[in-house]
Ligand binder design. Structure first.
Ligand code: CMC
Length: 426
């Protein structure tokens, strides 16, 4: 063990967060740090989102999430995340125009949808199609990437919504509905999802607002699994669409974005089994059961997730204004109440996260559960793009390349097949 002493600088963030800068550590001592799961590791400096998990605070570019949820829209928030300031009127107008000009997929991309089986998961389609779209825009590669960034960013935000709606229509065997330029972002998505060639979908303002808010609340969340993936891919100078496609894959898992689908599946199982929730809570406390209370717990929040608070209120408002009832909502509320007073959850500081109530809203809107994580991905796109931009704007940036501690076999030598011992019986 090398016992050298090394003084390391402490980097202080704008909210007084402190990080020990270990970039000289290996060169000076021969040691690296080991932090499996990265719970203590800052991978970058970033000016996009700020979270204080102990106090339940989330801000985008300094603005509290509660203020943005009340006063902004998803598209305005997207601009804020990507460019760092609230847009002026001319800036938001240009952004809207770019979104409209780029909302249609290249017509040949329609053939790609034909190749997927009808039961393909929409996250697989989304990731594949985002990657495929980069083939249609050769300017996306290389140096042109930075000069035409505004167009590529708007194109990605606009087209991810078109791809998502097309993949839903395809999975149902329904004809594709093209976007309508007169509709704003979220209304247009609902139109492409639910209109029919013979009848336009009735856009209820409270439904449009609820979905717009879900997009806004998902728009960024600093260095989570998918955003870190986007930055990792971008650091090798891959293009924006390739980086975002990788983000979609990382988001898909049930411990990350896939949790919103997993929550509804959990609630459905509970209702179908006749459980009032207490049996499931008991199982979730036992590791051997392999069950977790989905939509609960967070790596960073050790307090109620501020997004979950907003979503719960919106859920209640939507159900009241549309006069809806859903047994899953009743069970969710019972589960939350039970967990918040149960020592297992209290001691581990496990609170509802953003996914606990969002699925119930989407279900009420008529979005099938396989699409929930796709909705998360549409919402997260501005955050991924903003993080991608930080990488390409950093002229000192280096490729992301973590180290490891090797725990495999020591050096050994090749043994010919005949000398490897008898085969096991089949
Ligand atoms: N139900 C039951 N026990 C839990 C849960 C849960 N939902 N979450 C954590 N625990 C327990 C865990 O078993 C461990 O117990 P012990 O200390 O006895 O070993 C302790 O709490 C700490 O858990 P952890 O797995 O070490 O925590 P983590 O920071 O690695 O994981 C998490 C965070 C979000 C993956 C986890 O809480 C979880 O699996 N939650 C359910 C899935 C979910 O809702 N994911 C969405 C996250 S928010 C949206 C997003 O960012 O994608």
């Amino acid at each position: 063990m090398n016992s050298a002493t090394l003084e390391l600088p402490v980097i202080v963030g704008s909210e007084q967060e402190q990080g020990i800068d270990i970039s000289r550590l290996r060169a000076a001592t021969g040691c690296i740090t080991l932090d499996e799961g990265y719970a203590n590791t800052g991978s970058c400096k970033s000016a996009i989102a700020y979270i204080d998990g102990e106090r339940g605070i989330l801000r985008y570019r300094g603005y509290p999430i509660e203020e943005l949820a009340e006063r902004s829209t998803f598209i305005e928030t997207a601009w804020l995340l990507i460019y760092g300031e609230l847009p002026r009127r001319d800036q938001i107008r240009r952004f809207s125009d770019l979104l409209t000009e780029n909302e249609n997929l290249h017509e040949d991309m329609k053939y790609h949808f034909e190749g997927f089986p009808s039961n393909a998961h929409p996250m697989a389609i989304l990731s594949a199609m985002i990657n495929a779209s980069s083939c249609f825009y050769p300017g996306l590669m290389g140096a042109a990437n930075r000069e035409r960034f505004d167009i590529h960013a708007a194109r990605l935000i606009s087209q991810v919504r078109t791809i998502a709606a097309f993949s839903y229509r395809k999975s149902r065997g329904l004809p594709i509905i093209y976007p309508k330029p007169i509709y704003k972002y979220t209304a247009n998505f609902l139109h492409m999802m639910f209109s029919e060639p013979y009848q336009d979908y009735e856009l209820k303002p409270e439904v449009v607002r609820a979905l717009d808010l879900i997009f806004l609340l998902h728009a960024d969340h600093e260095q989570n699994c998918s955003t870190s993936t986007v930055r990792m891919v971008a650091s090798s100078q891959s293009n924006l669409f390739a980086s975002a496609a990788a983000g979609v894959c990382a988001l898909w898992g049930p411990l990350h974005g896939g949790a919103n689908q997993a929550v509804i599946e959990m609630l459905e199982t509970i209702v179908e089994s006749g459980d009032d929730g207490s049996k499931f809570i008991a199982a979730a406390k036992t590791k051997a059961s392999g069950k977790r209370l989905m939509g609960f717990g967070h790596r960073v929040y050790k307090h109620y997730d501020p997004r979950a608070k907003i979503i719960k209120t919106v859920c209640d408002q939507l159900f009241a204004s549309l006069e809806l009832r859903d047994p899953l909502l009743d069970v969710a509320k019972r589960l939350e109440e039970a967990a918040l007073s149960d020592p297992y959850f209290v001691e581990r500081k496990l609170y509802p996260n953003v996914d606990f109530y969002s699925g119930i809203i989407m279900r009420a809107i008529g979005i099938p559960k396989e699409m929930f994580t796709v909705i998360f991905a549409i919402g997260r796109m501005p955050g991924w793009i903003a993080n991608f931009k930080e990488i390409i704007d950093d002229t000192q940036g280096r490729i992301y390349r973590p180290r490891q501690i090797y725990v495999g076999a020591p050096e050994r030598h090749y043994v010919p097949l005949d000398a490897r011992g008898p085969s096991a019986p089949r």
